[in-house]
Design a protein around this ligand. Structure first.
Ligand code: NAD
Length: 476
């Protein structure tokens, strides 16, 4: 049992002003593994005051000093990889192999991307008109993160803030406080000056809203649901903060008949189910060229049935449970709505897989015979639920792919490079995956339309935490 009853403020672990608590649960066993103290507006006040004080000096550090601190952060992160992976597995149910290779690895991977970005960035440049441009840290920042990729999201916000010379208050998801607490220990170990990084645990309506409304925070960076992201924007409006949002998705996966069908369909199913479908950029709508639709369905059925579900503490490439009861109930309700609206269950369906009744496990599910207006086709489900639909030609595929309020990612499977170029150009999404290849650490991640604004990772992610200043060349 872990008792997390301290916040990291001004370089020290301090007692919260609030006494409210909530249990920390293991989703694989539905058992309590700890207790978390939730903060309040007074805790936010203390953390923002520390970040504001620290900004006065940290904002004036040189790029060389900040690069040295980032290198120390990298070393400290690498030393705690296993702790991060174990924490993530126990608090949100990602299988341990995946926690090590992807979830925790993001902490180091993104850091390397930001180090390269900071090295390559010109802090001072002369514009074509002769004026001088400098880049400066934006100010104290509020950072709010979700539970589904807990260290990935923390790294994508904390690191660019620190790299830019900004200071920050992090409010991680109240559901994944173990990995966030370890991350605060890592930042402390790296030797950042007091107040540069602060951690306040708490829920969205109390701590999150107090941060968005705070007059001394100059920026809010939020990752989570579109619903909460809109609230952060509203709460930030009165103080005219910069707001960057990474929100939901319903990403299409376009499978053309000229692709390597057996490989690409199996991979599309596995990628949708990865992290138990709890990824904002999961390819949840598989659109298949009609000439190979029946073959693709047979391949998807085989891949779906082969998907193993199991204990996340065991090594392997199985998937774990959903992260809590709310998520479980929501996924069940969405599967039921698909059935009620007349879609055909190809694989999976309602209920828990046999032998896994204790935790929030669900059956990986594939629907066919779906129509565009069904809820399972339009809404983000955030579980291992795939819908498959046929398209007639390239134009039809692009129209269907873009027929969503989201625009985070899109996936293309084709053997024709010219087609890939044509289709990429027409897709309204921030990240395109082609034939199983994804963008690397250091590339910008983010969405079009209601998937958010701003980009995270590498140079573009760094720029979100910077202000531009111009002046004419000095003359007497
Ligand atoms: P959520 O919106 O419920 O919570 C996310 C964070 O926001 C949590 O820290 C929560 O405490 C906080 N929050 C909630 N209400 C708030 C409010 N009124 N003011 C300020 N903060 C508030 O989302 P979740 O369930 O934790 O995460 C799942 C969602 O996140 C999905 O929609 C998913 O697509 C999205 N997501 C997006 C990305 C991306 O990069 N685009 C990445 C991961 C997850």
């Amino acid at each position: 049992m872990k008792t997390l009853n301290k916040f990291y403020i001004d370089g020290a672990w301090v007692d919260p002003a609030s006494t409210a608590t909530m249990p920390i649960m293991n989703p694989a066993t539905n058992s309590q593994i700890g207790t978390l103290t939730l903060g309040n507006a007074e805790d936010v006040e203390r953390a923002v005051a520390a970040a504001t004080r620290a900004f006065e000096t940290f904002s004036l550090t040189s790029k060389a000093e900040r690069l040295e601190l980032l290198e120390r952060l990298l070393e400290a992160t690498r030393a705690r990889m296993e702790d991060l992976a174990q924490a993530i597995t126990s608090e949100m149910g990602a299988p341990i192999t995946m926690s090590r290779e992807s979830q925790a690895d993001c902490g180091a991977g993104h850091l390397e991307g930001f180090i390269a970005a900071l090295k390559s960035q010109e802090e001072r440049e002369t514009l074509p008109n002769g004026d001088i441009l400098t880049r400066e840290p934006i100010g104290p920042c509020g950072l709010i993160t979700p539970w589904n990729w807990p260290i990935n999201q923390i790294a994508l916000k904390v690191i660019p803030a620190l790299a830019a010379g900004a200071t920050c208050v992090l409010k991680p998801s109240e559901h994944t406080p173990l990995s966030a607490t370890i991350y605060a220990e890592i930042v402390h170990e790296a030797g950042y000056p007091a107040g540069v990084f602060n951690l306040v645990h708490g829920d969205g309506p109390t701590v999150g809203a107090a941060m968005s409304q705070h007059p001394d925070l100059t920026m809010m960076s939020f990752t989570g649901s579109t619903r909460a992201g809109a609230l952060v924007s509203k709460d930030s409006a009165a103080t005219v903060k910069r707001v960057t949002l990474e929100l939901g998705g319903k990403s299409p996966n376009l499978v053309f008949a000229d692709s390597d069908l057996p490989t690409r369909v199996a991979e599309g199913v596995a990628t949708c189910f990865y992290n138990t479908g709890q990824s904002c950029d999961a390819p949840t709508r598989m659109l298949v060229e009609r000439s190979c639709y029946d073959q693709a369905i047979a391949l998807a059925e085989a891949a779906g049935k082969a998907q193993e579900v199991g204990d996340p503490s065991k090594e392997g490439d199985h998937i774990g449970p959903l992260f809590d009861k709310i998520q479980y109930d929501r996924v069940q309700a969405m599967i039921q709505s698909g059935i009620d609206e007349g879609a055909r269950v190809l694989v999976g369906g309602l209920g828990k897989p046999e032998g896994l009744e204790d935790g929030w496990f669900v059956k990986p599910t594939i629907f066919v015979d779906v129509t565009p207006e069904m809820r399972i086709v339009r809404e983000e489900i955030f579980g291992p639920v795939l819908v498959i639909m046929p398209f007639d030609d390239e134009e039809d595929a692009i129209r269907m792919a873009n027929d969503t309020e989201y625009g985070l990612a899109a996936y293309i499977q084709t053997g024709d490079p010219e087609r890939a170029e044509r289709v990429v150009r027409r897709l309204r999404a921030g990240g395109i995956h082609i034939n199983g290849r994804n963008a690397d650490y250091g590339s910008p991640f983010g969405g079009f339309k209601r998937s958010g604004n701003g980009r995270e990772g590498g140079l573009f992610g760094l720029e979100d935490y910077q202000e531009l200043k111009v002046r004419p060349p000095f003359a007497n």
